[in-house]
Design a binder for this molecule. Structure first.
Ligand code: COA
Length: 185
């Protein structure tokens, strides 16, 4: 069964909406920042064509699916601040990812966007579990996951080869019931 259509969400400071081809230059620019790419899986340099192809694929299938989809984080005046990523990983489970252009770090935008996405995933998409994983050296990402209540569940040691060496993989997750407990008044 196909997943739900990807949403457009609004928060006090953000519009969160599916990637479109016109976003490709901005998306590519911050993907090519070595500081942004350090703990992420894409090859460098990240080509513009890859972003364009991804945006077109999403237009063909604008649903939550097993392949990664991208939601852009748009700030005031329509400026692109970064993106969230998501994919289905099993029956009512999904993985999320997140990236902000460096100029927009330290202002709470990722937490604001990810919180809104979690709300959508646990209510509209009725998911049971949302998870994320990261290189434990990626401390800003670990802090972000903690901020939005994902639980650290353990770390696989030297789990995958990344750029210049074997890399640990730290696992985080949140259940729908836990999210509901925190958000039901
Ligand atoms: C991971 C990443 C998105 C986190 O960005 P971030 O800006 O640190 O995250 P947040 O949106 O949660 O912002 C939190 C910071 O904003 C500050 N802040 C300022 N205004 C705020 C507000 N209105 N609301 C909340 N926080 C606010 C917080 O105090 C916190 O500051 P601190 O970092 O000094 O503690 C960013 O570092 C990034 O893009 N990294 C590279 C990509 C990457 O590795 N992604 C993960 C792959 S697994």
């Amino acid at each position: 069964m196909p997943g739900p259509l990807l949403p457009t969400l609004h928060t006090p400071r953000l519009t969160i909406r599916p990637l479109i081809p016109a976003d490709a230059p901005a998306f590519t620019a911050y993907h090519n920042d070595p500081e942004i790419a350090r703990y992420q899986g894409w090859d460098m340099p990240y080509p513009l064509e890859q972003a364009e192809v991804h945006a077109r694929e999403m237009q063909v299938d604008p649903s939550l699916r097993e392949d990664w989809s991208t939601l852009m984080l748009e700030g005031a005046g329509g400026s692109v601040l970064g993106n969230l990523s998501l994919r289905l990983t099993g029956h009512r489970t999904a993985e999320v990812g997140f990236t902000l252009a460096r100029a927009h770090w330290g202002q709470g935008y990722a937490a604001e966007g990810l919180s809104a996405l979690l709300a959508w995933l646990f209510t509209q998409a009725d998911l049971h579990r949302v998870h994320a994983s990261l290189d434990p050296r990626n401390v800003r990402s670990a802090a972000l996951l903690k901020r939005v209540d994902l639980r650290f569940e353990g770390c696989s040691v030297q789990a995958y080869w990344h750029r210049d060496g074997w890399t640990d993989d730290a696992h985080y997750a949140l259940l729908q019931s836990e999210w509901q407990e925190k958000h039901d008044t």
